[in-house]
Design a protein around this ligand. Sequence first.
Ligand code: UD1
Length: 419
Amino acid sequence: MDKFVIYKSTLSGVVKISGSKNTTLPIMAATLLTDQECKISNVPDIMDIRTMIKILEVLGKQVIFDGKTLIIKPTKRESVVAPYRLVRTMRASFCCLGPLIAKRKKAKVSLPGGCVIGVRPVDLHIKGLRELGAEIIIEKGYCIAKAKNLHGKHIYLGGAFGSSVLATANVMMAASLAQGQTIIEYAACEPEVEALGKFLKKMGAQIYGEGTPLIKIDGVKKLEGCEFDIIPDRIEAGTFIAASLITRSPLEIKEVQPLHLTSVIEISKKIGADIVIKDKSIFIKPKSSFKPVNIVTLPYPGFPTDLQAQFMAVLSLVKGVSLITEKIYPDRFMHVAELNRMGANIQRSGPYAIVEGVDKLYGAEVMASDLRASAALVIAGLAAENKTEVFRVYHIDRGYECIEEKLRQVGAKIYREKQ
Ligand code: UD1
């Protein structure tokens, strides 16, 4: 197992953002909807992509990955079983369910279970697919489904916490091959869902309104192979914005889609940064003094829950009191205790975190608990006195491509060592 050793750093220079993990994963699942070859470029070389490759291989696809481009081809040995040993390591694999039901008429996909950021149910996925006509039972931890034919339906997909990204993806993919028209009301509007819609359209699906809360899908009989370029990873870009803020260092963050980061840019300006956008680059220059802010995580276009931990690290060094309200995953606060071990003063109460800014963070041995929490500890380490050691960096390897190389290129003192 690896750990990161990090020292207080000043950054400057240019960071190039990779393709989006959360866009690539459902698009990989969508290739199950066709018997033809798909070519997907600008794919990040990270563990979650490797896991999804294994799942597609188990399901009978041949996958060639050169670290940048995926070529996914059919084979003659098809399976419909996505086993627990793979699904439990990555919840996004549950979005194979919709394509399997629609294309292969049956599926046995392990339920992903909870994770450190909360309970994470899949009721909306199951509701949506049942409404399309799939018969689904839960048995021995698996979701077992069959469907002779799927039929379009008007489906309300809102849940207790609003829209669901992967439930929208699952239903959208299945509805593409259903008979008749499906309307998804309260669809997730995230750029990743919009990109999936564009990918499905390239395959020949008839989809309207992707990226809005109301998506219409006219089912087609067959989908073709296609080529697709993955959009930039807005969460990786937001993480580097947080790194710039916490180290009070200017950065150019390039190869991004700035429109996908409006809420993050607004908050960063409120905290205290000059931000200039030029085409696909964000130039960020932190000011000499920062102000505390209130952050509420919400579905897109609200502030992303996947950047909550990183911005908590930033706010822990901002004089005054900031309030963070987590509206997507009310238990996503595993990083609070670790940041406090570094000298932060954060109190959690239910879905709220009250962050009282301190003058300094101090390096400590800290434990990464999930992907985004580990990113928060890394950037906290860049601003902390002395040495920080972040253990269990396999969490960060799941979702960030070459994070330590990218940070080192802009001057960070971060080193990967054996734990
Ligand atoms: C996706 C992202 C994840 C991000 C999350 C929220 C991927 C691979 N992962 O996860 O990084 O943190 O969106 O932006 O794209 N919910 C239900 N029932 C369901 C499904 C979800 O109640 O059937 C709830 C969840 O518990 C949560 C909220 O809906 O409170 C949003 O979750 P959802 O959008 O589904 O997250 P994911 O798609 O799993």
